[in-house]
Every structure is written in C-alpha cells, then in structure tokens.
Design a protein around this ligand. Structure first.
Ligand code: 1HE
Length: 266
C-alpha cells in the first residue's frame, strides 16, 4: 500500500490510512465545488492511481455545505469554448468518471446540499450514494441552455429511468429526501452526517476481499454494456476467478466450520 497522502492537488484533498480507506474531498467550497477543467484532471489523476496504490475503498465527500454545483459555469462562460473544445472537455469528464465507475474500488459518495448537473453526474459515478436531509438533486441544464456532458444520459438514466431524467432536465424538477430515495438517486437517507455514514460503509466494504470488490465495482458495469449472452459468459469467467480465490476458500471454510457470521436481519 502506498502513501495516499502524497498527492499534490489544488481542488481535491486526498488522505488515507492503513485500513486502505481513502477520503477524496472536493475542496472548492467557495465555488460550491463546481467542476472546472483542472478539477476534472485531478479526478483523473486520483482515480487512475488509487486502485493501483492499494486503496480498498474510497469516500468521496465535499467541503462546505454543498456536494457539487456541477460544471463551472463561469469558467465555461469566460473560456467561450468552441464545440470541439467542449467535446474534448466532455471526453475528459468521461475519462474521470469511467475511472471511478470501472476502477474496481468501491466509492461511497457522501452527499449534502446541491448535487446538481455535473455534480449529479459525479455522484452517479460512485457505487453508493448517502444523502442527508439537506441533499437535493437536479439537472438544471435545460434552464441554463445546456445539455449534460458528463455521462448523465447513461448513469442518471440508469438510476432513475429515462422518463424521470427527461422531466428533471426539461422542468428543473428537484428531488430531495424520501422522494429522492424512492426514485433511486440515493441508497441511504440519514439524519446525521453523511461523511460519518460513508466512512462506516467504506470500512465495511473494505473488509471484503479486493478481488470480490473489483468484480462488484467493475464487472457489473461492464456486463451491463454487453449482450445478455456475453454478460453471462463474462460473469462465468469472473466468478471462476473470484469464487476460487484463496480469500474465498478461507471464508467458506469458516462457514463450513460454523465460525463465520450468519446472515441475519437487524
Ligand atoms: C459557481 C457555480 C457553478 C456556484 N459554476 N461557479 N450548475 C448549476 O446550474 C448550479 C449553479 N449554482 C447554483 O445554483 C448555486 O450556486 C448553488 C445552489 C449551488 C449554491 O447557492 P449559494 O447561494 O450557496 O451560492 P452562490 O452565491 O450562488 O455561489 C457562490 C459562489 O460559487 C459564487 O462565486 P463568487 O465568486 O461570486 O462568490 C458562484 O459563482 C460560485 N458558483 N455554482 C461556477 N456551477 C459536463 S456538462 C454539465 C452541465 C452542468 O453541470 S449544468 C449545471 C450547472
């Protein structure tokens, strides 16, 4: 395991400990953690490296009251980008978010306040989303005269379905609290601090064998992109590797010896 504290970044803060749980913190609170081009490059750097550095799970959280206000609208305005400039920028967003979704390391997003536009695209690239009572989700692209460019058409549609996503984009509809949970924008809605809950979940996930987490946090996404026939084939190959790993043998032996925990409701 390498030193997770050695990143030198302007817009993100990265820290980790011996458990392999790494915190990646959006650190532009004065701009509501809006995603400028530099932040996207830093996300690419961090999420390219963390899996190879031995990270066991990641908590993605934010400084300030808001998780992320999406695309840096001021930078976009000032840069006065041409279509090809923005197209290439979107490819960098995809690079960052694909590194997250397909990286094989569980990412738990600790949400609060605004999770809007590109902020929702970022959150939907994590594997688990934890919201609090202040968290709200929206796709204000339509009102801004924009369109999603960071994967919402894939990942947000995957979470809430095409019809809800289109409604969010056309009307600016905001989802929060129980309604957000019910439509699938978050998997946890808590009264307390989402950072703490996300850390708790990350530590739980970090106890799984890394190979199992790799299959869960990479394989499922890849298989969703395949035909059913190819997905079934890939699942078999992956299960062949994962389900015969030394770590699973030990755990199966513990079950057979009746020393392993049983699955019980609370
Ligand atoms: C920003 C941004 C931003 C804040 N880009 N600078 N996203 C949006 O449409 C959301 C735009 N933001 C907001 O609606 C609000 O800022 C918030 C609800 C998130 C927060 O409100 P508030 O009252 O706490 O803050 P504020 O006063 O609006 O903003 C504080 C500062 O953050 C201010 O900068 P300052 O230098 O004047 O102090 C704002 O300019 C700055 N700020 N949000 C740049 N988004 C790949 S395509 C993706 C397309 C999209 O993401 S579209 C959705 C864009």
């Amino acid at each position: 395991m390498q030193d997770f504290n050695a990143f030198t970044l302007e817009n993100l803060t990265v820290s980790g400990d011996d458990s392999g749980v790494v915190q990646v913190v959006l650190s532009r609170p004065a701009k509501r953690n809006a995603l400028n081009a530099d932040t996207i490059e830093e996300l690419i750097e961090v999420f390219s490296k963390l899996p190879r550095m031995g990270a066991r799970a990641v908590v993605l959280r934010a400084e300030g009251d808001h998780f992320c206000a999406g695309l840096d609208l001021v930078e976009h305005h000032v840069e006065d980008r041409r279509p090809e400039d923005f197209m290439h920028l979107c490819l960098r967003w995809h690079e960052a978010f694909n590194k997250m979704e397909y990286g094989g390391v569980p990412i738990i997003a600790a949400l609060k306040g605004a999770v809007v536009g590109g902020g929702l695209e970022l959150a939907s690239s994590a594997h688990v989303r934890v919201a609090d009572q202040s968290t709200y989700f929206a796709l204000p692209e339509g009102q801004r005269g924009l369109f999603t460019g960071g994967g919402a058409t894939i990942r947000v549609a995957d979470l809430v379905g095409k019809a809800r996503m289109i409604d969010m984009m056309l009307t600016g509809r905001v989802y929060k609290q129980k309604e957000a949970m019910d439509v699938g924008l978050c998997q946890y809605l808590i009264d307390g601090n989402t950072d703490d809950k996300a850390m708790e979940l990350a530590h739980l996930a970090a106890q799984n064998p890394a190979l199992s987490n790799f299959a869960i946090c990479s394989g499922i996404s890849h298989m969703q992109n395949m035909s059913a026939l190819d997905a079934a084939y890939s699942e078999s190959v992956l299960a062949g590797i994962v389900n015969t790993q030394p770590a699973s043998r030990e755990r199966l032996e513990a079950f057979a010896n009746k020393t392993a925990a049983r699955v019980r409701p609370d």
